[in-house]
Design a protein around this ligand. Structure first.
Ligand code: C5P
Length: 210
């Protein structure tokens, strides 16, 4: 069984993907880490993010085993990821690796922006996880403050919200695999849901489809 989970930044899709994977004993791939990995290498090596050729070469040589979530879940890496993710050739270079993960024996859970639409259009279960921009900013803010990456001030929150809105616009507005709800996906709005409620709703969808 392939479970495809898409949605905007900080919608809760990662948490749900992890929970579903644990529930079914399936491997999980957070595909955002792949784009973050490419963005991080570009930034670390001083390459301009709009250099499609270099970003594509980096994408072609990316190894899932090298992606360190600790280093990649930073604000900078997320920002760089959303820029390189808009380059069509970069996305194309990353398709095979994601499909190989999705189609491994026994199944898999993948979360990202284009899993149900591009990477695994035949997935048995497709979820689109969303929440209001303000709620997503609150969640991301708490996470970043908790990690000491930003200070707990109203200006800090305003920054995170602005960042979420910018990322939404970039992810939805790009020509290459924009963030879309797959026709056969079930949308879960987690704005007013706790983690357990959201998980129960997601589980019900997957159970109905498998
Ligand atoms: O989900 P996460 O915040 O880690 O993703 C970082 C960025 O990577 C997103 O803003 C998006 O631009 C890009 N991305 C993508 N397609 C995916 C996963 C992530 O374009 N499947």
């Amino acid at each position: 069984m392939i479970v495809a989970i898409d949605g905007p930044a900080a919608s809760g899709k990662g948490t749900l993907a992890k929970r579903l994977a644990a529930h079914y004993g399936l491997p999980h791939l957070d595909t955002g880490l792949i784009y973050r990995g490419v963005g991080r290498i570009m930034v670390d090596r001083g390459f301009p993010l709009d250099n499609v050729e270099i970003a594509t070469t980096i994408a072609e040589n990316l190894d899932l085993a090298d992606l360190d979530p600790e280093r990649l879940r930073t604000k900078d890496a997320g920002e760089a990821a959303s820029v390189v993710a808009a380059h069509g050739p970069v996305r194309k270079a990353l398709i095979d690796l994601q499909r190989a993960f999705a189609t491994q024996a026994g199944g898999a859970v993948l979360d990202g922006r284009d899993i149900g639409t591009v990477i695994a259009p035949d997935a048995e279960a497709k979820l689109f996880i969303t929440a209001s921009a303000e709620e997503r900013a609150r969640r991301r803010f708490r996470e970043l403050v908790g990690r000491g990456e930003i200070t707990d001030t109203p200006a800090g929150f305003a920054d995170v919200l602005a960042d979420i809105l910018k990322r939404d616009a970039r992810d939805s507005g790009r020509a290459a695999a924009p963030l879309l709800v797959a026709a056969d996906a079930v949308t879960i709005d987690t704005t007013a849901l706790g983690i357990e409620e959201a998980f129960a709703a997601a589980l019900a969808v997957v159970e109905a489809r498998r």
